[in-house]
Design a protein around this ligand. Structure first.
Ligand SMILES: [Zn+2]
Length: 281
């Protein structure tokens, strides 16, 4: 390695600048959402079996709540615009705007050219966790998803119940298309309940046992009509390993709630991004 220059420490000690100050983001009305939730009625639920995925839909202006009814379990979430699945959850930009992990008040943003909030976190019972001494936190948008390709690269395996495969099968069945047609629509996930970070010394992605317990939940408000897919990760609580049948796994529950008539008066779904789309031509 090249030896450091004489002003190395001076350069290292320059203070960072936040890339995207979020003060200018269009605000979602969290107080209105909280009030709408009070009188909301549960209209459906989907149980996601361990090591598998299930699809669900959430109309704009409804809430969906993800929980672990039987024990600690991490979930991998994909979201699409229910009317056009080319608009999908964009973890990279969500991360750039809100940080490596999301919690109450933060939105999940959609892909270009729409770039608008698809859903906004209204309740996170693990919000108390914050950032632990290892730099870990909960509900990340950094971990992509467990997949059989990386498993094959690292250990030559052909494991078929990674979140990527679970999401691919679920979407293929939902759209009634071949796996090959569904697979390109599966995208980087919100790692619900997963506790992750980057090691300070090597910068590597790490996971640790999720702090989630029965009764905890992550609840979001659907800003647009949503098609969702949730995989109960084969890593279970992700305390040891994933991409195998070794870890103890549990199901996940998705519940959908409909606000009372009039509870969202004044609310409007976010419009597509205002950029004119000409790219200089
Ligand atoms: Zn997984």
């Amino acid at each position: 390695m090249q030896s450091p220059p004489s002003d190395a420490d001076q350069r290292r000690n320059i203070k960072p600048v936040i890339c995207y100050p979020v003060d200018g983001l269009p605000r979602r009305d969290l107080l209105l959402y909280a009030k709408a939730l009070e009188g909301a009625e549960k209209i459906g639920e989907t149980l996601v079996p361990a090591r598998d995925a299930r699809m669900f839909t959430v109309p704009a202006g409804h809430f969906f709540r993800m929980s672990c009814p039987e024990g600690p379990q991490v979930g991998d979430l994909n979201l699409w615009n229910a009317d056009d699945i080319t608009e999908r959850f964009y973890t990279g930009k969500t991360r750039a705007l809100h940080g490596t992990h999301v919690t109450t008040g933060e939105s999940l943003w959609s892909s270009f050219p729409m770039l608008r909030p698809m859903a906004t976190v209204t309740t996170d019972t693990l919000g108390w966790y914050g950032i632990d001494p290892f730099g870990g936190s909960v509900h990340d948008v950094i971990g992509t998803r467990c997949d059989p390709y990386t498993g094959n690269l690292l250990s030559g395996t052909h494991y078929h119940h990674c979140c990527h495969s679970n999401l691919t099968r679920a979407l293929a069945d939902h759209l009634d298309v071949a796996l090959k047609e569904a697979e390109p629509h599966v995208h980087d996930v919100l790692n619900v309940f997963m506790c992750t970070g980057f090691t300070r010394d090597t910068g590597q992605y790490f996971m640790k046992a999720s702090p989630v317990r029965q009764g905890d939940y992550l609840e979001l408000f659907a800003e647009i009509d949503l098609l969702g897919a949730l995989s109960a990760c084969p890593g279970g609580d992700c305390s040891s390993e994933h991409s195998s049948d070794e870890a103890q796994c549990h199901p996940l529950l998705v519940e959908v709630f409909k606000p009372a008539v009039g509870a969202l008066d004044g609310w409007e779904p976010p419009q597509p991004n205002g950029y004119d789309g000409t790219h200089g031509r």
